[in-house]
Design a protein around this ligand. Structure first.
Ligand code: PLP
Length: 342
């Protein structure tokens, strides 16, 4: 498809085009997020950006003034922290429990926050799904506070078990949710393509703003992606990958049960591409991660995602991009390193 559009570009493909995105791709994304995630939007609310990170940067710059308070999940996504800091936000870490972001704790700490960054479908990095009552509480609080809720739905196409909750955006009657998605997980990060779905009144300001930022995705890539979705390849690819990743996750969990003697708790995850594996007590996950790195296994420490004192210690185990054989071998290495340290 890339070759098709590069060899015989449509007239508009070689020009500046529409800064907010190729109309065919905006329409395809609107259909995809509507069908797969219950997002309610028209194509003009979809802004095509160079990955969710570019979307975060745009959102923070447009919706915040320097010094504004913003809630972020604790522990949480470092890319969001960076974008918020770049916009001069005053970061307010808000704890995550088994129900997701603790809205009451956030409201008590920073009732006047202008923005909340959250990953409700599959909390990064802990993997919790935000419950419906929490979602409703967050939307209610945001409507009263006049705050924006940035819903980062980065990997929700991969759900293996449990009831999939549709995106919070679809529940938002007050127009407070800005929804982020990406092709980095479903396709591959080097595409640098993602989207922001904004409330209707923000569609025009975002379309104007993106013209002035230089963020954007090459039109040939956008045209190929639009065809890839419209011709059904995208849905088929995600379906195939979901099966493959479920198998890889099962190998990870089974190998961990065999080789780790409970030293690290690796439980099946309902969604996503990684497992947040927990260590007991106050174990030094950074030292463990460094030792693993030396042994050739990449497993970031969970404490690296906390702004304050790490609420959870453990390792972030990505399995989606690793063949089954290599997963089993890596878990054996992990078992050896854990046994040595014990
Ligand atoms: C929580 C979260 N959001 C967004 C992204 C994707 O960002 P991008 O689309 O810029 O690759 C990632 C990638 O790792 C992520 O973990």
């Amino acid at each position: 498809l890339l070759q098709r559009h590069a060899r015989r570009p449509a007239r508009g493909t070689l020009g500046y085009g529409v800064a907010a995105g190729l109309p065919a791709l905006r329409a395809a994304i609107a259909r995809h997020v509507g069908a797969a995630r219950g997002v309610v939007c028209t194509p003009d609310q979809v802004i095509v950006v160079a990955g969710a990170q570019a979307g975060l940067d745009l959102v923070c710059r447009l919706l915040l003034d320097p010094g504004d308070a913003a809630w972020i999940e604790e522990p949480g996504y470092l890319g969001a922290r960076g974008a918020l800091l770049g916009a001069g936000a005053d970061l307010v870490p808000v704890r995550v429990d088994a129900d997701g972001l603790d809205v009451a704790a956030g409201a008590a700490r920073a009732p006047n926050a202008r923005l909340v960054y959250t990953t409700p479908s599959h909390q990064f990095p802990l993997g919790v799904t935000m419950t419906l009552p929490r979602r409703l509480a967050l939307l209610d609080w945001a409507a009263h506070a006049g705050a924006w809720v940035v819903e980062d739905d980065y990997d929700s196409e991969y759900r293996y078990a449990g009831r999939p909750l549709p995106a919070m955006q679809g529940l938002d009657a007050g127009g407070r949710v800005v929804y982020l998605g990406t092709f980095s997980k479903t396709m591959f990060p080097a595409l640098r393509a993602g989207w922001v779905v904004v409330p209707k009144p923000l569609a025009e300001p975002f379309a104007v703003a993106i013209r002035n930022t230089g963020h954007g995705v090459p039109a040939v890539v956008q045209a190929a992606l639009a065809d890839f979705i419209d011709e059904g390849h995208f849905a088929a690819h995600v379906r195939r990958m979901r099966g493959l990743y479920a198998k890889r996750q099962a190998v990870l969990v089974a190998s961990a049960q065999r080789h780790l003697q409970g030293r690290l708790v690796v439980e099946p995850a309902d969604a996503g591409m990684q497992i947040a594996a927990r260590l007991s007590g106050r174990s030094d996950d950074r030292a463990l991660s460094a030792a693993l790195d030396e042994a050739g296994v990449v497993a970031p420490p969970l404490s690296a995602y906390a702004l304050g004192r790490a609420p959870v210690r453990g390792l972030f185990l990505g399995y989606a991009g690793v063949p089954e054989r290599e997963i089993a071998a890596a878990v054996q290495t992990l078992g050896r390193v854990l046994a040595r340290r014990a």
